[in-house]
Design a binder for this molecule. Structure first.
Ligand SMILES: NC(=O)c1ccc[n+]([C@@H]2O[C@H](COP(=O)([O-])OP(=O)(O)OC[C@H]3O[C@@H](n4cnc5c(N)ncnc54)[C@H](O)[C@@H]3O)[C@@H](O)[C@H]2O)c1
Length: 441
């Protein structure tokens, strides 16, 4: 392969750490990434339209649990990390990594407007030798069909003058074992030079880089990963519904199946799925396939089953109240945990919000507690504040519903005080006394 002088220059800058890196979007993905590159010795500029996040980063205060304030403060103090709320000076950066949100519209169609907005701000400043990488989860074809034409509009050619790649972020907030650095990074470029440039950059900060043949393959890899989770959670939720009909304990069934040392992987049922990824990402794939006249049946089915789980929780709640000769209307229900998964504060798309809303719609008096979230906002913007986790508040509730299995909860104490507990996560599995009060999903 003949050489590429633009690549050679970028390679030199990356290797001697003089390459300047820009990270667009300082959220759950962008901030840990910025820290990782800064720790590898690069000067990193974070760009985020949210002024509060910019101020907080510049004062060294982390707004993401996986990044400690002491780490961030030291990097900001050393001049390795700084943030800004506009795109000024983008042309001076050598690599720009985009990690902005990719939500769904109400119709469940992809909303790539954040990617487009950041691209529109970057494109007029793009210069030869720059490397642009998209990290946001999106449908196969986005990098090639949406980004490439915008970046080439000024006459620069991808693969010759500038480099373009997709590298899916795999961050698992709250995971103590796998973080940005030790989670392998998949990289797919538009051309071989693009893949080489992106792989070289990530290789400086991330332990293992896995190059693939195209941006589309890299986009699809991320969607396979998240569709795999969504479908398997959908399957195990349906198994839970089957076990309920059969009078079986789904948790015992899963534990038993998991004794098989091969060919089985544990997934757990629960009140539904949440967060920025699992409920949304598979719909990016389903949407793309619809444009090709193909129906992504597993995705639709899993979405239907998972999306129905909050109603299952409400049905089980009603049944338990009924046993106590009570109606949902007028009952006091105390929900424990509103984050979509344990040990995080992330309430985005959390099934707890649906459970609370559905119970309130039925006339229940619902209070909640979460060690990491002290307020929630409903779809009308109405804020509800958390209630203290006291023995009194547990005792006076007609039913305590465990929606998120945070590790810091003292489950024996909760069960001791509560009159009745609906445990949607088997969080009380090790509670010995008062088991008669507990009903599992
Ligand atoms: N959170 C996760 O666990 C996770 C895991 C893997 C992949 N992803 C994907 O990574 C992407 C980012 O997710 P996230 O969780 O970090 O989102 P986030 O909401 O935490 O952060 C995104 C940030 O982008 C900023 N932003 C929005 N528009 C902007 C613009 N035009 N210019 C500059 N900044 C802008 C927002 O203010 C926000 O701070 C998404 O595509 C998501 O699907 C997320």
């Amino acid at each position: 392969m003949p050489g590429n002088p633009r690549f050679a220059t970028l390679e030199g800058k990356i290797k001697n750490r003089s390459a300047r890196i820009g990270i667009v979007g300082l959220g759950y993905v962008g901030l840990p990434l910025a820290v990782e590159f800064a720790q590898a010795g690069f000067r990193v500029t974070g760009i985020d339209v949210d002024e509060r996040k910019v101020r907080s980063v510049n004062s060294g205060v982390s707004h993401i649990e996986d990044v400690s304030t002491s780490t961030l403060k030291a990097l900001v103090g050393d001049g390795l990390v700084r943030a800004q709320s506009d795109y000024k000076g983008c042309g001076k950066l050598d690599a720009i990594l985009i990690a902005v949100p990719t939500p769904l519209r109400k119709t469940k169609d992809p909303d790539i407007s954040y990617i487009v907005a950041s691209l529109d701000a970057i494109a007029p400043q793009v210069r030869p030798g720059q490397l642009i990488i998209l990290e946001s989860t999106t449908y196969p074809g986005t990098t090639e069909e949406v980004m490439r034409p915008v970046l080439e509009a000024g006459g620069l050619k991808v693969g010759r003058d500038i480099f373009l790649a997709f590298s899916p972020e795999r961050v698992d907030p709250g995971n103590k074992l796998y973080q940005t650095k030790n989670t392998p990074k998949v990289v797919g470029g538009t051309t071989t030079w693009c893949t080489k440039a992106a792989a070289l950059l990530y290789g400086q900060a991330i332990e293992h880089v896995h190059p693939v043949s195209s941006t589309q393959a890299a986009e699809m890899i991320k969607l396979l990963e998240n569709t795999f989770r969504a479908v398997n959670i959908g399957l195990v939720n349906e198994i839970a519904l089957m076990c309920e009909k059969l009078g079986l304990d789904v948790w015992e069934v899963i534990d038993g199946a998991a004794t098989k040392p091969f060919g089985f992987m544990r997934f757990y049922p629960g009140p539904g799925i949440g967060g920025h990824c699992i409920p949304l990402d598979p719909h990016y794939l389903a949407w793309k396939l619809r444009t090709l006249n193909y129906s992504a049946r597993f995705i639709e089915l899993a979405s239907e089953i998972n999306g129905h789980m909050p109603e299952v929780v409400v049905r089980r709640t009603a049944a338990l109240l009924n046993e106590a000769k009570k109606s949902v209307h007028g009952s006091k229900i105390f929900v424990l945990g509103v984050a979509y998964k344990k040990d995080t504060s992330d309430v985005r798309e959390s099934p707890a919000l649906d459970v609370i809303r559905l119970l309130q719609d039925e006339g229940a008096h619902v209070s909640f507690h979460d060690p990491y979230a002290n307020a929630i906002r409903d779809e009308h913007g109405q804020v509800q504040k958390a209630t203290a986790l006291t023995a009194h508040n547990l005792k006076t509730a007609d039913l305590v519903v465990i929606v998120t299995d945070h590790s810091v909860y003292d489950y024996p104490a909760i069960v001791k005080s509560a009159r009745r507990v609906l445990d949607t996560r088997n969080a009380t599995r090790n509670v010995k006394s008062g088991r008669g009060k507990i009903v599992k999903l």
